[in-house]
Write a protein that binds this ligand. Structure first.
Ligand code: ADP
Ligand code: MG
Length: 136
């Protein structure tokens, strides 16, 4: 459990970078918070821990971006997903234990597929340039 306040996108990226470095392979991190609360910024920071470039290195799908590096970051945005079944049909469950780190936005869509003990990060706006990030 922890709570952080950042004062800029750069600070959020740096927090993400340090956080990424602390994670073992096969970690699953679920992201919560409004649009613009900094989730993607933080995930780019995580990717920067493992690679010089934080551009998605694999084709961008509707639901998944892959940032390749020393550890792969699988960035899911499941907002448009209809069901857990759809996730399984696309073979996405393979990525959950592929030796990388899964970052999942809208993990509510696949709640039944997630193991116990996933990491949860809750993002919220404090002001224009401040964001609160709660880790649990
Ligand atoms: P989300 O993925 O949660 O929708 P993004 O990371 O895509 O959010 O967008 C966050 C937006 O807020 C960016 O435009 C960024 O420049 C801005 N911003 C301002 N202050 C911060 C901060 N402290 N941390 C992260 N983003 C910030
Ligand atoms: Mg986002």
């Amino acid at each position: 459990m922890g709570c952080f306040i950042t004062d800029s996108p750069e600070q959020t990226k740096e927090l993400g970078r340090k956080f990424g470095l602390s994670l073992p392979a096969n970690s699953i991190v679920c992201f919560f918070g409004d649009l613009g609360s900094g989730k993607t910024t933080f995930i780019k920071g995580m990717a920067s821990a493992f690679s010089a470039s934080t551009e998605a290195t694999s084709p961008t799908f509707v639901y998944l971006n892959i940032y390749e590096g020393e550890k792969c970051i699988y960035h899911f945005d499941l907002y448009r997903l209809h069901s857990s079944e759809e996730f399984l049909n696309m073979g996405f469950d393979e990525y959950l234990f592929a030796g990388g780190i899964c970052c999942i936005e809208w993990s509510e869509r696949i709640a039944s597929l997630l193991p116990h003990g996933v990491i949860r990060l809750q993002f919220s706006h404090i002001s224009d340039n401040q964001r609160k990030i709660i880790y649990s």
